[in-house]
Design a protein around this ligand. Structure first.
Ligand code: ADP
Ligand code: MG
Length: 835
């Protein structure tokens, strides 16, 4: 034995000792000496025996400390001998190797494990063996095994009732798991079981491998051991082999008992089956009795059936009757059949007749068919004849078309001829057209002449205007203003012939009255249009090349600006002379545009304190800018600018009082389209400064100078007009800026309109009087017949012609004189020579 395997065995023994005697607490890897120290006094050995067999009679003595060490050990060894477990010597325990001691304890453990650890076994054996001297004989062993089996059976029985059959014979899986151990054992069959180490046998028994081994293997083990015992050991079985044998036999016994249980249960099952079969037999017997009863009922039914049979007989008889009836009916049927046959024969005859008729009809139809085929033939023939006729007709048409074609050719040629004729006619027509054109020219010439005549008319009209006088004085009285409450008027009477009677409010009656006569008086109700109607002919004369001046004269607030311009924001009806005059000029120029092309330009200046200022531009005068205009809206825009630029100064009388003269000059240039003659005319529209006399004691400084300038310029205007009227060799144009500016337009050929404005209010009487006196002075002046610039030119031409004629006459006279002197100097020159 190797030291390792010995150590292993010692370890197993120590573990076992610790298990059965827990207070021992021997270390598992304790040495031989430590184990010896523990066991030497024999107390532990006695305790082992007591623990394994508590009922043992040794118990009291073993625990008895008074018992000596050799006694304890001896008692233990005696028990070992009784159990047939290999013993050790006392000397082994005292000194030397502990192997025999360990082996003995191991065998003891094995013994108790193999006996199912039934601790009573020990006592049983001890009792049994106590009477038997030869405890180690095979006979006592046999007895021991039998005893073991008996003891083991009750527990096994219980186990079998709980386990299934698998327990009896282990499953292949279990075999596979533990089979190697039995394989080893089986192999050992040839070898010696007695030589098998105790650990090996212990291992086999502990691992439960016997339970898993097949029964044959167990039997083999048993037979093997028995054979071995018989052959080699003379009936003596070593203790450990006996253990294995006992275990194997136990296992087999267990299996036998389970099989017996199984058989018992099977038997029970068979018994239960038998019971079942018996009850079934009883049931079958009951069924037989029931069927007997049913047979009885069937018999009664048979009786009933017999009754039914009798009824059936009756029915048969009835049936026979019925058959007889049927025979009768059949006879009837035969008769009916006969009748039917007869009828069918008749019908056959009828059918034959019908067939004959049909055959006749077929024959007729055949005849008809023949007829129709004949007709078809006829139709074919007629068709052919018609075809012939169509062909004939086609030929005729062809000839007709040929004829038509010829006619077409003729028509074409005739159309050519017509075309020629048309061309000739066209030529003739153009010739006549030209002729007509010349005639039309003559007519247009005549029309031109008509325009000439028209011009002549205008001329005559102008002459008429001239005869009426070159200066016209109109007086306009403005209405009372809406705010004026005291409407005491100085106007006594206005008559149609231009007479105005004015009354002095401080001198009532005829003494205070004074009458004036002017070309026209416009009352407070006169509209802007009515006033312009009398100015319009003068405006028109501008287009004919005349210069026209229209003055508005009067005290501040008398309506000068209203008449010339209109109120601020005037509607078309409220437009003043300025706009209406320009509008009229545009209208006339438009009417005459076929003959004359007009160009209109506007200038606007003001004279303030004897200084001229251009109102339409910031440039310095005298060369005021000319602004070409083509429509009334242009004029409106320009005048808006002009009036905004006009210098104004507030006075006590009128917030908008103008302290300057404003002059709008309209230049008109007309060029005759045919003759190329050019006419110039201009229109001056003058809104004069207020004419009121200023009290020198009231105003000073620049207001005084302003008033002086105004007075001077207005009196100069009067003087100029007066001088012109008197045809005075000196006209004082240079006395004021106003007369200087208007010099060219106040000449002999100019026409002048003085619009004298009056404030009707009584408080303005004296001013009105002075205004009227100025106007009276002016209206009494005759500027002489005005002449148009064209006339002047004509006269000039005539004068030039006269001068040239005079020159020619003088030349002729000179020639005559020369010739006369020649004749006088050479009297003897023969007359023939001269000829
Ligand atoms: P002047 O220019 O002479 O100082 P205005 O033309 O300014 O005078 O006229 C003074 C006031 O009288 C203005 O309010 C004007 O509208 C009004 N007026 C003048 N004439 C007429 C008229 N014929 N009809 C209605 N109102 C007029
Ligand atoms: Mg004014």
């Amino acid at each position: 034995m190797s030291p390792q395997s010995y150590a292993k065995q010692r370890e197993i023994v120590i573990q076992w000792l610790n298990t059965i005697l827990p207070d021992l607490r021997l270390p598992t890897e304790a040495s031989d000496e430590e184990l010896r120290a523990c066991l030497i006094d024999g107390t532990v050995l006695c305790r082992i025996l007591n623990r394994l067999s508590p009922s043992s009679p040794n118990e009291e003595s073993s625990e008895n400390s008074s018992v000596s060490q050799p006694e304890n050990v001896k008692r233990f060894l005696a028990t070992m001998d009784e159990l047939g477990i290999p013993r050790f010597e006392v000397s082994d325990l005292e000194k030397g190797s502990m192997k025999t001691v360990v082996y003995c304890l191991l065998s003891l453990k094995l013994h108790f494990i193999s006996s199912g650890e039934e601790l009573s076994t020990l006592s049983t054996i001890t009792k049994a063996e106590s009477t038997d001297d030869d405890g180690s004989s095979p006979g006592s062993l046999q007895q021991f095994f039998g005893e073991e089996m008996r003891n083991a059976f009750p527990g096994l029985k219980l186990q079998c009732a709980m386990h299934n059959q698998v327990i009896l014979e282990p499953s292949p899986a279990v075999l596979k798991h533990v089979g190697h151990k039995f394989h080893e054992v089986f192999q050992l069959k040839q070898a010696c079981y007695a030589d098998l180490p105790v650990t090996k046998i212990l291992e086999m028994m502990e691992s439960n491998s016997l339970e898993s081994a097949p029964t044959q293997a167990l039997l083999n083990v048993v037979y093997g051991i028995l054979d071995e015992t018989a052959e080699t050991m003379n009936g003596k079985i070593p203790h450990h082999v006996a253990c294995l044998l006992r275990k194997a036999v136990q296992e087999m016994g267990r299996r036998l008992s389970t099989q017996a249980d199984h058989l018992r249960t099977q038997n029970n099952l068979y018994r239960a089956d038998e019971e079942k079969h018996r009850s079934k037999i009883k049931e079958l017997e009951a069924l037989v009795s029931v069927s007997r009863k049913e047979t009885k009922t069937a018999n009664s039914k048979l009786e009933e059936q017999e009754v039914e049979k009798q009824e059936l007989m009756k029915l048969v008889k009835e049936n026979e009757k019925n058959i007889l009836e049927l025979v009768a009916m059949r006879q009837e049927l035969d008769i009916v059949g006969m009748v039917h046959k007869f009828c069918s024969l008749e019908m056959e005859a009828e059918a034959k007749a019908a067939i004959a008729i049909l055959q006749l009809k077929i024959k007729e139809l055949e005849c008809l068919l023949a007829d129709s085929s004949n007709k078809v033939k006829e139709l074919e023939a007629s068709f052919e004849s018609k075809c012939q006729s169509w062909i004939m007709k086609e030929k005729i048409y062809q000839s007709f078309i040929d004829f038509q074609f010829e006619a077409m050719q003729k028509l074409r040629s005739s159309s050519e001829a017509i075309k020629q004729e048309v061309l000739e006619t066209q030529k003739r027509y153009s010739f006549e057209f030209n002729h007509l054109e010349s005639k039309l020219k003559a007519v247009t010439d005549a029309a031109g002449n008509y325009h000439e005549v028209l011009k002549e008319n205008h001329k005559l009209f102008s002459e008429l205007q001239d005869l009426k006088g070159n200066i016209r004085v109109y007086c306009r009285i403005r209405p009372f203003l809406p705010g004026q409450t005291e409407k005491l008027s100085t106007i006594e009477n206005i008559s149609e012939n231009g007479q105005l009677v004015i009354a002095n409010p401080s001198k009532p009656g005829k003494d205070g009255q004074r009458s004036f006569k002017f070309n026209k008086i416009f009352g407070p109700d006169a509209t802007q249009g009515e006033v312009f109607a009398d100015i319009q002919p003068f405006v028109k004369s501008v287009v004919d090349g005349y210069n026209v001046c229209i003055f508005a004269y009067g005290q501040t607030g008398s309506g000068k600006t209203y008449t010339m311009t209109g109120p601020t924001g005037a509607t078309e009806e409220e437009w003043g002379v300025n706009y209406l005059a320009l509008n009229h000029l545009f209208k006339v120029s438009q009417d005459r545009k076929c003959n004359t092309v007009y160009e209109v330009a506007v200038q606007m200046v003001e004279i303030y304190n004897e200084q001229v200022r251009d109102l339409l531009s910031s440039d310095a005068v005298p060369e005021a800018c000319m602004h070409p205009v083509i429509s009334t809206s242009d004029v409106l825009d320009l005048m808006d600018i002009g009036f905004k630029n006009r210098a104004v100064s507030a006075t006590a009388l009128n917030a908008r009082s103008s302290r300057s003269h404003s002059i709008v000059t309209v230049h008109v240039r007309g060029r005759n389209v045919k003759t190329g003659t050019v006419l110039y005319g201009n229109l001056h529209l003058i809104d004069l400064a207020g004419s009121e006399r200023v009290d020198r004691s009231e105003v000073t400084g620049h207001r005084l100078r302003e008033a002086q300038h105004i007075n001077k310029s207005l009196s100069s205007l009067g003087d100029v007009i007066f001088a012109l009227a008197k045809k005075s060799p000196h006209v004082p144009y240079r006395n004021s800026k106003l007369t200087q500016v208007l010099q060219s337009s106040l000449g002999g050929q100019a026409k002048t309109i003085m619009l004298v404005q009056l404030n009707p209010d009584a408080t303005s009487f004296s001013e009105s009087m002075s205004t009227l006196k100025f106007a009276e002075r002016v209206s009494g002046v005759e500027l002489g017949a005005a002449q148009s610039s064209k006339e002047e030119k004509d006269v000039r031409e005539l004068l030039e012609q006269m001068a040239s004629l005079k020159d020619k006459i003088a030349e002729k006279d000179e020639e005559i004189r020369r010739l006369k002197s020649l004749r006088d100097l050479k009297p003897r020159i023969p007359q023939q020579q001269q000829l």
